[in-house]
Design a protein around this ligand. Structure first.
Ligand SMILES: NC(=O)c1ccc[n+]([C@@H]2O[C@H](COP(=O)([O-])OP(=O)(O)OC[C@H]3O[C@@H](n4cnc5c(N)ncnc54)[C@H](OP(=O)(O)O)[C@@H]3O)[C@@H](O)[C@H]2O)c1
Length: 255
């Protein structure tokens, strides 16, 4: 391997949940590094704004609204990529939801359970399957799933979220085994608490924040760009011998 192995210049990357937070940071970093980016989230307007910001700084960006919890939306998204002739080299399954805390895990409403599983687990499974098969046909590709330390630390008040992301870790490993022989790698980032709209739920509650910092050796929340930097590593050839990895970006919480 010669040249800059961290380079993703000239590659096409699809990032879900790319209108804000961690997903937007990944999209901006990838575009700055010379990749053409496809931004996906539910709301077209905020996606268009994000894509415009990227274009304004010289990047190439597409914005396609799609709901990651709906199989028919995912089929439409994949069809739109084919129609536009966009062959995806890097897929980042980042879109995710973590709804408000429940009183008891046992009383998690079925509708809430289904909603979380659809977006956090079924969506990445379906999209990785569809795009992964196209990567396999081309003999190359990298898929990165954005998971969480909560997949390994059970928290009953957000139990469904923990279960969905533990499932996502296993989806990562299953696809890593299936696609590995065909040159397609699949890894996950296990993020700790990160400063975003989702992360603010924890960060704005001083008691919860203090509790979390007790087990955090770096004594602070992470930034979206700190997750994006790790994603770049797995997107690029710098991580060419890594697949099926669940990589911690969590301030050392699981150390
Ligand atoms: N922040 C943290 O502390 C933290 C920690 C560990 C892991 N994570 C994981 O990191 C990922 C990103 O989180 P974040 O903190 O950046 O969240 P965020 O600020 O809430 O952003 C979520 C993004 O996902 C999109 N989205 C939400 N539901 C969607 C759906 N059904 N289909 C398509 N897009 C959807 C949102 O746009 P629309 O509303 O327009 O759809 C938005 O672009 C998630 O998977 C989360 O579980 C976050």
């Amino acid at each position: 391997m010669t040249g800059n192995v961290f380079s993703i210049r000239g590659r096409t990357a699809l990032i879900t949940g790319a209108s804000r937070g961690i997903g937007l940071s990944i999209a901006e970093l990838f575009a700055d590094e010379g990749a053409e980016v496809v931004l996906v989230a539910r709301k077209q307007e905020t996606l268009d704004e994000a894509a415009e910001t990227i274009r304004a700084r010289g990047g190439k960006a597409h914005a396609i609204a799609s709901h990651m919890g709906k199989a028919e939306d995912i089929q439409r998204l994949v069809a739109a990529l084919d129609e536009r002739g966009l062959a995806i080299d890097i897929l980042v399954n980042n879109a995710g939801i973590s709804p408000p805390h429940v009183e008891s895990f046992a009383d998690t409403p079925e509708s809430l359970w289904d909603k979380i599983m659809d977006v956090n687990l079924k969506g990445p499974f379906l999209l990785s399957g569809a795009i992964g098969k196209r990567m396999v046909a081309r003999g190359k590709g990298s898929i990165i799933n954005i998971s969480t330390t909560s997949a390994l630390m059970s928290q009953p008040e957000i139990g469904a979220y923990c279960v969905s992301k533990a499932g996502l870790n296993t989806v990562t490993r299953c696809f890593a085994r299936e696609f590995g022989p065909h040159g397609v790698r699949v890894n996950a980032i296990s993020a700790g608490v990160i400063r975003t709209v989702m992360g603010d739920h924890t960060l704005n509650d001083p008691e919860r924040y203090a509790d979390m910092m007790k087990i955090n050796p770096l004594k602070r929340a992470g930034l979206p760009e700190e997750v994006a930097n790790a994603v770049l590593f797995f997107a690029s050839d710098a991580s060419s011998y890594s697949t099926g990895t669940i990589f911690q970006v969590d301030g050392g919480v699981l150390s």
